[in-house]
Unconditional design. Structure first.
Length: 337
């Protein structure tokens, strides 16, 4: 009787287990985009209309070719600008080009400031490997982030950290190191020797900006005031924010998993501080988003973890329709209107 009872219980448990909904399998990775890319477009005609600037890695030591793509027809023949950059930013006639060049004593890192015709107007040396750059919407200020070691930052660590500076776009003059700003959290002073800032995004007035702060292994979203040289901590777990053109939304990557798949794009409504994942893109991608318009964002993603080729993708911030390729074989996209 006992054996029969155990058998009945086992059958019931098995039935419940089989009837229980199984978790949905993870979505398959998107197929690698393919298609011919033409680079014989007319530079002057493309740059006179709304366009995209982006870098194409070429394998040369001192940067990547900068390509100019029509926003009206991203698949049309694109033009190649007379610049080679690893990271690029541009607004209102002022641009920043970050690149690496070789010299006898090792690599040299520099920022080249350029005008609307891609002509250099100023240069400054950088302290480390280029990683992020942005220009304020009015073209007044720029932000440059490089990788340096902790020891170069003055604390006892050989791990890589970041250094971010504000610059004046018209002259290329360095205005401030973000680590020199004062920071408050919940109304109280907040400071530590291991502060790292990166991922700057500017508001329309150029004085207000947002960035990521990392200290003691935790990342934070901070709001900066350039005139006051100050930061206010807003929330935790935000990396590489990007402010929407109307200033209502911040899109960013958020750490949600382990080292193999750590990030997921999220969107934050600043008025309510409500956060939601970007449903259109489920991959873990390490990039700072660029707003194409009020409802869509651009970003670059490698075709595979081993591939040297990446593409610019577009995703809706509100809908769930899957992201799709926008411009092939490019990274560091910048929208210019």
């Amino acid at each position: 009787m006992a054996a029969g009872g155990m058998l009945l219980v086992s059958i019931v448990i098995l039935g419940v287990t089989l009837a229980r909904p199984r978790p949905a399998p993870p979505p398959p990775p998107p197929e690698a985009p393919v298609g011919p890319v033409r680079r014989d477009g007319d530079l002057e005609s493309i740059r006179r209309g709304p366009h995209l600037l982006a870098a194409r890695m070429t394998g040369i030591e001192h940067g990547a070719a900068v390509e100019v793509i029509s926003l009206a027809d991203p698949a049309a023949p694109r033009a190649v600008a007379p610049l080679e950059c690893e990271r690029i930013a541009f607004s209102r006639g002022h641009g920043i080009c970050l690149r690496t060049s070789s010299r006898l004593m090792g690599p040299r890192y520099e920022a080249v400031f350029f005008d609307e015709r891609f002509q250099p107007v100023a240069r400054i040396d950088l302290d480390g490997t280029p990683t992020r750059t942005r220009v304020s919407p009015d073209g007044r200020y720029g932000a440059i982030t490089v990788f340096v070691t902790g020891q170069e930052h003055g604390y006892n660590s050989v791990s890589f950290s970041t250094k971010t500076t504000l610059v004046e776009m018209a002259s290329g003059k360095v205005l401030a190191d973000l680590e020199k700003f004062t920071t408050t959290r919940e109304g109280q002073p907040f400071a530590a020797k291991d502060f790292n800032f990166w991922g700057v995004t500017f508001a329309s007035d150029s004085n207000v900006f947002y960035a990521s702060l990392k200290t003691a292994g935790q990342t934070y979203l901070v709001r900066g005031d350039a005139a006051r040289r100050s930061f206010t901590v807003l929330r935790e777990n935000v990396e590489c924010p990007a402010l929407s053109p109307d200033g209502r939304l911040l899109a960013y990557k958020k750490r949600v998993g382990g080292d193999l798949s750590p990030w997921r794009f999220h969107v934050l409504e600043l008025a309510t501080m409500l956060e939601r994942p970007l449903a259109a893109e489920t991959r873990s991608i390490d990039d700072q988003l660029e707003w194409l318009d009020e409802g869509r964002v651009l970003y670059s993603a490698m075709r595979t973890s081993q591939s040297p080729v990446g593409d610019v993708w577009v995703a809706s911030v509100a809908g769930s329709e899957p992201a799709r390729p926008f411009a092939l074989e490019l990274e560091s996209p910048v929208v210019v209107r």
